[in-house]
Design a protein around this ligand. Structure first.
Ligand SMILES: NC(=O)c1ccc[n+]([C@@H]2O[C@H](COP(=O)([O-])OP(=O)(O)OC[C@H]3O[C@@H](n4cnc5c(N)ncnc54)[C@H](O)[C@@H]3O)[C@@H](O)[C@H]2O)c1
Length: 366
């Protein structure tokens, strides 16, 4: 029977997997894992915030279907994406005599997802892995595509792998417990998906901005599904980021990452940095004649309706430029800019004049 909650299938070199979003999906997880043949013992990796909110319900849903489920709770926050915690989870798995046919399930935001996936990729040279994303960033981005990692003191995501899950199951209802600011920064990534690849998704955001900020069930689920489908489609075409397709998802990230790092991750949430970065990229693209000023204004209006920042007043131009020079996606020392040609269509440009970049950054901070 067709699955009404199926957002997309990701196809990769080793097979394919379903990406699902629904309202109350957690309660169906026992059946869903059973459908995938994952009925052996499950090890849930979740964080200290998500455990009581959703970890227990996931555990109960599995146990109700006869799937034994254990939980490992990591402290909430980015610092948990570490070798130390991976090691602690390995020890825990060894103590419980985890086997290669058992399942690791990440329940939470991108941190639980990336860390749980890293452990799944490496323990016993790979165990089946399932993602149950509960933050917006994890739903529309981190849980899809198989990038798993831990951080090193030198930089984020420095050690990791491409390791695809067996399934991604998002319960959109979980978004209701996110704070408004966390919600908005998550929507920023989904809005970005619309601007680079799906003009009609931008229309939906414009029509339903307030309902989306209230996590109104029907429209929120629809938009999450569409946004997941965009990410799933991109990673299916470019599994390992080698073909220049996956890089489109980096719209807004060149400046966005630099804003995050130059403020030591203290002022901007990731999605907020991306929102400012989208404005910077759009301003430059307009100056280069790629698209109209009307597009720049339309993007600004939409981001503002989600209370997202569109400038970075007071920051230092040189700190931002310095942060950009460390961008992992740069090639031969020059930044690769994702820019729009129109709403829903994007290109990568290597030829953005240095003066234009500096002028745009100056405008963003003044
Ligand atoms: N693998 C990828 O492709 C990819 C893509 C984007 C981001 N990431 C990674 O994801 C991480 C960021 O993800 P994130 O923003 O989800 O961070 P996170 O996992 O730290 O979650 C943010 C906060 O929200 C809380 N939370 C999660 N779900 C909640 C809910 N439903 N209700 C209330 N609180 C909830 C968490 O406990 C945490 O405090 C970064 O480490 C980033 O590198 C990975």
């Amino acid at each position: 029977m067709a699955d009404a909650d199926l957002a997309a299938e990701v196809h990769h070199s080793g097979g394919s997997y379903p990406v699902v979003a629904g309202w109350g999906t957690i309660n169906t997880l026992g059946d869903r894992l059973t459908d995938l043949g994952l009925t052996n013992t499950a090890y849930i990796i979740t964080d200290s915030n998500v455990m009581n909110l959703y970890g227990r319900s996931v555990q109960r849903a599995l146990q109700n279907r006869g799937i034994p489920a254990h939980c490992f709770i990591i402290p909430a926050g980015e610092t948990s994406k570490s070798f130390e915690l991976a090691q602690a989870i390995y020890n825990w798995l060894a103590g419980l005599k985890a086997e290669r046919g058992h399942t690791i399930i990440s329940v939470g935001g991108g941190v639980a997802g990336d860390l749980g996936g890293f452990v799944a990729a490496t323990y016993l040279r790979g165990m089946p892995f399932v993602q149950v994303p509960t933050s917006m960033a994890a739903m529309v981005d981190a849980s899809i595509g198989g990038k798993v990692a831990v951080n090193l003191p030198q930089a984020k995501n420095l050690v990791g792998a491409f390791y695809q899950p067996k399934g991604v199951f998002a319960d959109v209802q979980t978004l209701s417990t996110l704070g408004k600011r966390e919600l908005a920064e998550g929507w920023a990534e989904a809005i970005k998906h619309g601007f680079i690849l799906d003009a009609s998704l931008v229309d939906v955001f414009e029509e339903h901005a307030e309902a989306l900020m209230e996590v109104e069930p029907e429209i929120s689920t629809e938009v999450i599904r569409r946004s997941m489908a965009i990410k799933a489609n991109v990673v299916s075409q470019d599994e390992r980021e080698t073909l220049g397709i996956r890089i489109m998802l980096n719209y807004g990230h060149t400046i966005g990452h630099a804003l995050e790092s130059s403020t030591e991750y203290g002022r901007f949430f990731h999605g907020e940095g991306v929102a400012v970065g989208m404005m910077g990229a759009a301003t430059m693209a307009q100056e280069m004649g790629l698209h109209s000023q009307e597009l720049v204004d339309r993007q600004r209006r939409l981001l503002e309706r989600f209370n997202l920042p569109t400038s970075a007043k007071g920051l230092s131009v040189s700190d931002i430029l310095n942060g950009m020079s460390l961008d992992k996606k740069s090639q031969g020392g020059s930044n690769r800019w994702v820019m729009l040609e129109e709403v829903g269509r994007s290109v990568v440009r290597n030829d953005v004049p240095k003066e234009l970049v500096e002028k745009t950054i100056r405008e963003l901070v003044s």
